[in-house]
Design a protein around this ligand. Structure first.
Ligand SMILES: [Zn+2]
Ligand SMILES: [Zn+2]
Length: 388
């Protein structure tokens, strides 16, 4: 079965919503206009319940099927926030707010789920309940985590959750997924090295924090190369190095470094966190300095449950006929992981064609993908909860 015909009819309307969101990008939890429009549209579709302010600015829209014999409830999730990027697409519906841009296609995700909500509220051809989840702050703010903390999953009895992300490089109309780890955990760390500053010509009177930091940076690379099983994925990157000296002849007193850790396995994540502490403190001690590590956990690993992954792939196959079920995992992170930590479910990539990568100023969501995305969401409900 191809895309649902109804979405061919709804395409101009869904595209108009998408382009309106694109012109009015909002960051993190500050998605008031977007969330307001989402809630208004869901009410206009006749959704049974529309609640705003979940996880600060998230929206939940509940649609009941024609029957509810088995008490099934599935959650379909889209994200609403944009990025602090200066848009360079040149499209007529480009961002009207300089410095903010929908460069990750969340405008498309929100519009496609709205399209599915409109169709599902019209047809109700399923046995159970669909909970449409529109989350804020995917791009670093943990909006998914906040909605979970707010009790969203238990409040509406959500049993399974499904999410989707567009992906440049995959043809429009194609899907890609894998069971198990799909996206990485992303943590961040800050290291502060304290020594004894002084005259650069008298290093023997100083404890040179730049030399200590250089040893730490190199030693941290042994985590990936010497400590972690080569078959397990791990990234440890030191990304900023800052000293309190601006002169060519002053040894700094303090050096601060910041970086990121990406892992695919919670055991590796625990190990890396502990190992960074040992390496930093041990190296500083050996070279006569002091060092502290501030390690902060970010989004956890996005893990697709095998059974739900098979189901999401089967639905994608129905919709498009093209599904890669062994797509490589990405070392980027996704805060839908907080929902997948609480409930079984799956996260799937949908092709966005040959465009610039997400987070690039020339990235552009391809509206030709809308019928595939909306059909996938709607078909998830109808196939997972077939009408009696
Ligand atoms: Zn993004
Ligand atoms: Zn995104």
């Amino acid at each position: 079965m191809p895309v649902k015909n109804r979405f061919a009819e709804l395409l101009p309307e869904i595209t108009a919503w998408r382009r309106d969101f694109h012109q009015h990008p909002e960051l993190l939890f500050d998605v008031h206009r977007t969330a307001g429009k989402v809630a208004d549209l869901c009410r206009s579709f006749g959704c049974d319940e529309v609640v705003e302010g979940i996880g600060r600015t998230g929206v939940v829209a509940v649609i009941k099927g024609r029957s509810d014999n088995k008490g099934r409830v599935i959650g379909l999730r889209a994200d609403m926030d944009a990025l602090p990027i200066i848009e360079q697409t040149g499209v007529p519906y480009a961002s009207q707010t300089p410095g903010k841009m929908h460069a990750c296609g969340h405008d498309g995700h929100t519009a496609m789920l709205l399209g599915a909500a409109k169709y599902l509220a019209e047809t109700r051809n399923f046995d159970g309940t669909v909970v449409c989840i529109f989350q804020p702050a995917e791009e670093g703010g943990g909006g998914g985590r906040e909605m979970v903390k707010d009790g969203m999953l238990s409040r509406w009895g959500v049993q399974e959750v499904y999410g989707m992300h567009n992906m440049p490089g995959i043809p429009v109309g194609h899907f890609a997924i894998r069971p198990g780890a799909m996206m990485a955990a992303a943590d961040q760390f800050e290291i502060v090295v304290t020594g004894k500053g002084g005259h650069a010509a008298k290093p023997h009177d100083c404890v040179d924090t730049t030399v200590v930091s250089a040893h730490i940076i190199v030693a941290l690379q042994t985590i990936a190369s010497r400590n972690v099983d080569p078959l397990k994925q791990v990234v440890v990157s030191v990304c900023t190095v800052e000293t309190d000296s601006t002169a060519h002849n002053v040894i700094p007193q303090v050096v601060k470094m910041k970086g990121t850790v990406r892992t695919m396995d919670p055991k590796v994540q625990d190990f890396v966190e502990a190992r960074i502490g040992q390496i930093v403190e041990g190296t500083a001690l050996a070279l006569g300095a002091r060092a502290e590590v501030h390690y902060q956990r970010g989004y956890p690993v996005t893990i697709n449950t095998p059974e739900n992954t098979d189901f999401a792939a089967e639905v994608a196959r129905k919709v498009s006929g093209h599904v890669d079920t062994d797509t490589p995992p990405l070392m980027g992170a996704e805060d839908f992981s907080f929902m997948l930590n609480e409930r079984p479910g799956a996260y799937i990539f949908m092709g966005n064609g040959d465009t610039a990568m997400v987070h690039h100023p020339a990235y552009n969501f391809d509206d030709a993908a809308i019928p595939f995305g909306s059909s996938w969401y709607a078909e998830m409900a109808e196939t997972r909860m077939p009408a009696a």
